[in-house]
Design a binder for this molecule. Structure first.
Ligand code: MN
Length: 717
């Protein structure tokens, strides 16, 4: 059991004697106020506030927070008034204690309640002084550690609340160590059987794992040592709850999750982070698409690190995090790690500044916002950047992920509403279905009987519910899509014979269908779209053997327009990454339907022998969507260059999907970037901006292009 004397030595290690003395005074006050009260553990009640203050002292929180921790249950449990705390310990401490008491009175018993009043009170209390939340988190942490003494139903309720409310808040504040303890304790209390099964499995696998972990760590260490990096390599073990959630959400088995080996590399500077990244990428092959640069673009809670995944020996996946010691501190304790910035004169560097900005931002918002509702909305955005809250016309609150659109909203209301949705009003104004929703908006969905989901919704529906429903619908709907595409393809082929589907003599068409065992024209069109039957040959067969392609028709031949909304019947070749604006040509694949290539793609050249499978294509004027493309950037070997490039690209609102590097020589490096763009103009703008970056020598698009065909001199004469 902790004593005030033991705590005192921690206090004196970072507070001045007068501050430490005030904390002690608060302890004696609490001891007296709670006199005679006993916890369920059998200990005097004051051991609880003392332990809470101890948790905060370990985070090096300021003396007022610690005093508030000592006094946090005094108003609630002993009837002592806020005013008398104020006169004894000052208004700041009284406000903190009052804030914590108000949070404690809240019970998040139902989802509706959580969304409505309670959540708002919490946000308000939090913004008034964020230390209220830190004291409350420490209070909850100690209660979770002593949860075993409570009756089971109460323990389960507290555990659930911890998982649903407090663990996410700890995460938003970047307090990972607290979050993980919340999750493990909460999970064990809520699902004791599952927890003990996973614990046993971890024990059973630990011997075999340790050997491999040591081996990989040794390889990484010696490689980095040879290259002169002074680093610390830590093998990371997944915590209980993260194993469980991965098993649940990704439907993976225990061994699949444990087969991933995770390491953290702590280095001395930001530059070294990137250099170490290069070294580990040359040691093991990186898995494409798994690199994330949270140094250039920190997470909303201030978290910074480089993340990558490598393929180790025997194909073992290895997750690597690379960060500086300061970033590590921030990752574990978040905002609490830097609470003392006010008394810390020498440092106003990155993480400190961010913590200060975070708090400052909240306070400024409070002052700026005219009414409290508006204020709450803005606080919510800062606190829960991944979720938005929108109202139905009847005032129900729906929670959606950030970036969600009216389509997601419609499916969240009801599947039938989603399926028959045609338009929406956002705050009573007609708006496109693709417009991302903002917290606080009222959304009304307009439906029409017989309306159908549109394949283009796939471009902006983000929730699993909407996507699953659209996909399900389209599976049945694909036939209509295929028939429409097949019609366009066949029409185009008929043009070569100066004909169209409409102009075809009915009897000739019916003969053809009968002779080829088609019961309806739609069946034929669907077959064409699926690549099972080739349009030029079909056109010729329908018209009869004796029809020659007309020369004049061939000249006015219209290529088929690609709109980007065709759904499953049109795919974009991964070899040459066509984007709107590129000259394109299609290849009819019997598995994938129409595959769009760039006109001069090498792979397409090789497929040219199958002339009848080629389709002339063009981009529709109204083409929609984003398309993957790849750039190669030649840069001087300079530290931190990848971060500079990534930041520049991100500042243009462009998503990077993959980064890889390849040293060209001692002076230059190739950086290959895969990203999503809307068209060639968009891409050209990005390239132009990148060329203005210092140390960038050349920016070019990766093409997979065949060399231009040579024209023999004099051939035309
Ligand atoms: Mn308490």
């Amino acid at each position: 059991m902790q004593t005030i004397d033991a705590l005192d030595s921690t206090l004196r290690s970072y507070l001045n004697p007068a501050q430490a003395q005030q904390v002690r005074r608060a302890y004696y006050f609490a001891e007296q106020a709670h006199f005679g009260q006993i916890r369920r553990t059998g200990e005097p009640y004051v051991t609880h506030p003392l332990a809470v203050a101890g948790i905060l002292a370990d985070m090096h929180m300021d003396h007022q927070s610690l005093m508030a921790a000592m006094l946090h249950d005094v108003i609630e449990d002993t009837g002592i008034e806020k005013d008398s705390i104020g006169s004894q310990f000052g208004p700041a401490v009284a406000e903190l204690v009052d804030g914590v008491s108000k949070l404690t009175q809240m019970e998040f018993s139902s989802l509706a309640e959580k969304q409505a009043e309670n959540f708002q009170k919490m946000a308000l209390a939090m913004a008034r002084d964020i230390r209220v939340i830190l004291v409350k988190l420490a209070d909850r942490l100690h209660n979770m550690r002593t949860l075993g003494v409570l009756p089971q139903d109460k323990a389960r309720r507290i555990a659930r609340e911890t998982l649903e409310i407090y663990a996410p808040i700890a995460m938003r504040l970047g307090m990972n160590a607290v979050r993980m303890e919340f999750e493990d304790l909460g999970f064990s209390a809520l699902y004791p059987m599952r927890a003990s099964r996973i614990k046993a499995a971890i024990r059973a696998s630990s011997g075999y794992r340790k050997e491999l972990v040591d081996k990989i760590r040794h390889q990484i260490e010696s490689t980095l040592e040879q290259e002169g990096h002074d680093v610390e390599v830590i093998g990371r073990e997944k915590h209980l709850y993260s194993i469980y959630s991965k098993m649940k959400s990704k439907k993976k088995s225990f061994s699949e999750i444990m087969d991933i080996y995770a390491f953290r590399i702590i280095v001395d500077s930001v530059d070294t982070c990137y250099r170490v990244l290069g070294s580990v990428h040359s040691l093991y092959k990186p898995v494409p698409g798994e690199f994330s640069d949270y140094i250039a673009i920190p997470k909303a809670n201030g978290y910074q690190s480089l993340h990558t995944v490598l393929m180790g020996m025997h194909g073992v996946p290895i997750e690597i995090q690379i960060r500086t010691r300061e970033m590590e501190e921030m990752a574990n304790n978040g905002i609490a790690a830097h609470w003392l910035y006010k008394s810390d004169s020498h440092s106003a560097n990155g993480s400190h500044a961010r913590a200060r900005e975070w708090v400052q931002g909240l306070l400024e918002m409070q002052q700026r916002a005219g009414n409290s509702l508006e204020f709450i909305e803005s606080v919510k955005i800062d606190l829960f950047p991944d979720e938005i809250y929108v109202f139905t016309p009847k005032g129900r609150i729906l929670e959606l992920p950030r970036g969600a659109t009216a389509v997601d909203f419609a499916f969240a209301v009801h599947t039938d509403v989603g399926n028959s949705c045609v338009a929406c009003r956002i705050n009573r104004r007609l708006a496109p279905l693709s417009e991302p929703l903002q917290s606080g908006q009222t959304v009304e969905i307009l439906t029409a009987p017989g309306a159908r989901p549109n394949p283009s919704w796939f471009n902006y529906a983000v929730t699993a519910k909407a996507r699953t429903n659209i996909r399900h619908f389209l599976k049945h709907q694909t036939r209509e899509d295929s028939v429409a595409l097949g019609k366009r393809l066949l029409d185009k082929a008929l043009q070569a014979f100066d004909s169209t589907l409409e102009q075809l003599p009915e009897d000739r068409l019916q003969d053809y269908l009968a002779n080829n065992d088609y019961s309806a024209l739609e069946d034929l069109l669907e077959d064409i779209a699926r690549g099972n039957r080739l349009p030029p040959i079909t056109a010729q067969q329908i018209l009869g053997e004796f029809v020659e392609p007309s020369e004049s028709a061939e000249r006015k031949l219209q290529p088929v327009a690609i709109r980007g909304t065709e759904g499953f019947m049109v795919t974009y070749a991964r070899c040459c990454h066509p984007i709107p604006g590129d000259p394109i040509e299609g290849y009819l694949s019997s598995e994938k339907g129409v595959v769009v290539h760039r006109e001069r793609c090498k792979n397409l050249m090789e497929m040219r022998e199958n002339r009848e499978r080629l389709v002339a294509l063009r981009w529709d004027d109204q083409v929609q969507g984003e398309y993957l493309t790849e750039l190669r950037i030649e840069v001087e070997n300079r530290r931190g260059m990848i971060a500079v490039l990534a930041t520049r690209i991100n500042s243009m609102g462009v998503n990077i999907e993959k980064i890889s590097t390849e040293d060209k020589d001692y002076q230059f490096t190739f950086v290959d970037l895969a990203m999503q763009v809307t068209n060639r103009v968009h891409l050209a703008n990005i390239m132009k901006r990148l060329r203005t970056v210092n140390s960038v020598r050349r920016v070019s698009r990766l093409k997979n292009e065949a060399p231009a065909r040579r024209v023999k001199p004099g051939a035309n004469r």
